[in-house]
Write a protein that binds this ligand. Sequence first.
Ligand SMILES: C[S@@+](CC[C@H](N)C(=O)[O-])C[C@H]1O[C@@H](n2cnc3c(N)ncnc32)[C@H](O)[C@@H]1O
Length: 237
Amino acid sequence: MKLTPRLQAMAELIPPGSIVADIGTDHAYLPVYLVLNKISRWVVAVDLNQAPLQQAKETVVAFNCLQEVDLRLGNGLHAIKEADKIDIVVIAGLGGKSIAAILRDGRHLLKGVQQLILQPMSEEGDLRLFLARNGFALAHETLAREGRRIYEIILAKAGQEQETDLFRLSFGPRLLEQKPPLLSVFLEEKIRKLKIIYHCLQRAKKDDVSLKLQEVEREIYCLEEVLTDVAAGTDLD
Ligand SMILES: C[S@@+](CC[C@H](N)C(=O)[O-])C[C@H]1O[C@@H](n2cnc3c(N)ncnc32)[C@H](O)[C@@H]1O
């Protein structure tokens, strides 16, 4: 089985021997890949809805992994038990605020879990702020590209996040420090989208947009500064 670059980037963060819970598994590609490649001997694959769980079952059956992938219908972390001895929780393909809600709701079920691998589809900054304010450190961050889209992947652990600057924290402090190869393209794309938003706001000509305009302008300025530093190879730490 070959994973897409986004799922592959997450799989590469999972140490061999880990017991993984994939929350919001849908097609169950990641659990099956982990088992087939002997990264995990057992994975719990959870979905809230019957239809995606059925799809997960079809993948698991097709690859003959029914013994190793435990399919569970359930809501977020409530589907896992202490006895599962989960090492790593993966939550991917949901909005950042939904991921934060799942973590908040099932915080007590994370006892014994060593790492969270999170891949928000939106509201990435909100998720980072939630993590930092709720006792998680952003241990590692990376980017993965599929077609034109670049996805952010966050590896979080229980602990105190050291970054306090709000812009750096919501952008991704480890991305700024570790500068993965896709960082420049990622920044350019973010700036391009913000400029479109800026021009739309300008054209709206409503009084109440002036604050939002200032915010967007400030964000473009900060991102352009980072991009200049990355291009010049300057240390951003
Ligand atoms: C877009 S799919 C992502 C699939 C896969 N994780 C990926 O990244 O490719 C999101 C899945 O999360 C499931 N989901 C949404 N909220 C959930 C929750 N609270 N608990 C478990 N699953 C949830 C949905 O039913 C859906 O199948």
